[in-house]
Design a binder for this molecule. Structure first.
Ligand code: BG6
Length: 469
């Protein structure tokens, strides 16, 4: 069945990714506190975060499946509100015990856990107080991280925050995550800066604690290309790239925002009457942390093509999988357009593996502090066709997608980019934050009515590749 990629490198980390809120379910049990999602999803009425993939109860089955199908690693996240129901204060021992059980199960099966501290699930109490816009949130996050580092010595691979940009832009630009603001540029850029500070403070803490493991963070990178090479379109691409990628990469791995980056960011801020508040001491924190990251988790799904746009900002989100229903126009930055010849998913995401190759080369060239790179998410959202128990689930488009992206990764690696692993998004089917249960990504199909797991063809192919290591 092997296709383009015939062989994985020896010792390659070969994993599947999950996120606590998207898989665990059991949102109201064992003392868990509310996240920013619980009341919001209930009021919205589109779908429920329970039972999700019932990972809270079925994690042993999922980890055994992972092992059986050749995976040697798993990305999980800790739900902050299982440990601190309010985000701070009293510890919930039942939540702590759950994660000890989970990590033990992983280690007993030789499936190495890579653990994220924050994956989009801000505690409701802190969310109501401003979430990452409130600098007090950073202190609470540092306290929570410190608790986890002491409590879980069995974890050797940590990530602080998942996809700072997705959280900030979904909350304050696209408006499809609570609190659903549209083009609130001040909040978006401030949340990004504050999350970078939180990450940096936790990295500095980790080093002070002299812990033996590794720590880093996860950025999703979206290469931005001008739709045609006019000076206006090239400038639009540079602006949007600064907003989505460069500001965060600079802050993380250079420890400062370069003059060129800030010129682009300031242009966006000015055009949108927005501002960024950097306080005395902030840049020292970033500068200290930048060389101390042990590795970099890079998520990649798609690249974007852009043309210049000076009109008012508007957007439409495709949350249903009805092709061609999304649009995005950002005042003074650009308009996302479709590039002829580039295929798209049902959710209008460009399938463009060249972008992953380009961005890997760029990160290695411009940001050597990224050191070792793991692809911590990559995969295809797809409406899998399920005909009943034990029937073949043929997800060839997913196999093709992963295969093409792996080929791009291995090409970059053969040219010296230090990529040491790949985590498919996702291990098993799980709901999608703004799309619900019909956008599936898993290697393992989850029948959300019965919670029965079925093996997709992509899982068999993944195993075949695992055996080539
Ligand atoms: C990443 C997130 O942004 O993309 C995941 O880390 C998410 O949590 C994944 O599910 C796919 O996005 P979506 O919107 O298709 O679920």
């Amino acid at each position: 069945m092997l296709n383009r990629v015939k062989k994985l490198p020896a010792n390659f980390v070969w994993g599947g990714a999950t996120a606590a809120y998207q898989v665990e379910g059991s949102t109201q049990v064992d003392g868990k506190g509310k996240t920013m999602w619980d009341d919001y999803l209930k009021a919205q009425g589109r779908f429920s975060p329970d039972p999700a993939s019932d990972f809270y109860n079925r994690y042993p089955e999922d980890i055994k499946l992972a092992k059986q199908y050749g995976l040697n690693a798993i990305r999980v996240s800790i739900a902050w509100t299982r440990i601190f129901p309010k985000g701070y204060g009293e510890v919930n021992q039942k939540g702590v015990a759950f994660y000890h059980r989970l990590f033990k199960e992983c280690l007993d099966n030789n499936v190495e856990p890579y653990v994220t501290l924050h994956h989009f699930d801000s505690p409701k109490t802190l969310f109501d107080d401003g979430d990452w816009l409130n600098r007090k949130n950073i202190d609470y996050f540092v306290d929570y991280a410190k608790f986890c580092f002491k409590e879980f010595p069995e974890v050797n691979n940590w990530f602080t925050i998942n996809e700072l940009i997705s959280l900030a832009t979904s909350q304050y630009i696209g408006g499809n995550f609570p609190p659903n603001h549209h083009f609130d540029v001040t909040s978006a850029i401030q949340a990004e800066h504050n999350e970078l500070l939180a990450h940096a403070r936790v990295v500095n803490l980790y080093r002070e604690m002299q812990l033996p493991g590794r720590i880093g963070l996860i950025h999703v990178l979206q290469p931005i290309y001008p739709i045609t090479e006019t000076p206006e379109n090239k400038h639009a691409a540079a602006l949007y790239d600064a907003f989505l990628n460069r500001f965060l990469l600079d802050g993380t791995f250079l420890g400062h925002y370069t003059t060129e980056t800030m010129a682009l960011i300031n242009e966006i801020l000015e055009k949108n009457n927005a501002k960024l508040d950097i306080q005395p001491g902030d840049m020292d924190i970033l500068a200290k942390a930048a060389p101390q990251n042990d590795y970099f988790g890079l998520n990649y799904y798609q690249s974007q093509f852009i043309q210049a746009y000076e009109g008012e900002s508007t957007n439409q989100f495709n949350g249903t999988g009805e092709k061609g229903t999304s649009s995005f126009k950002f005042k003074g930055v650009g308009e996302i357009v479709k590039k002829p010849g580039v295929p798209q998913t049902d959710w209008d995401w460009n399938i463009y593996p060249e972008g992953l190759y380009d961005v890997l080369k760029r990160v290695a060239r411009v940001y050597p502090n990224s050191k070792t790179i793991y692809i911590t998410e990559n995969g295809l959202g797809f409406k899998d066709h399920y005909e009943g128990p034990d029937q073949i689930i043929d997800d060839q488009p997913r196999i093709d997608y992963i295969d093409q992206h792996l080929e791009a990764i291995l090409k970059a690696r053969s040219e010296g980019v230090n990529v040491q692993g790949y985590f498919v998004w996702s291990l098993q089917d799980q709901f999608s934050w703004a799309n619900g249960y019909n956008k599936r990504y898993g290697l393992f199909y989850v029948d959300f009515d019965t919670q029965k797991r079925e093996i997709k063809e992509s899982a068999r192919w993944f195993k075949e590749l695992a055996d080539t290591k």
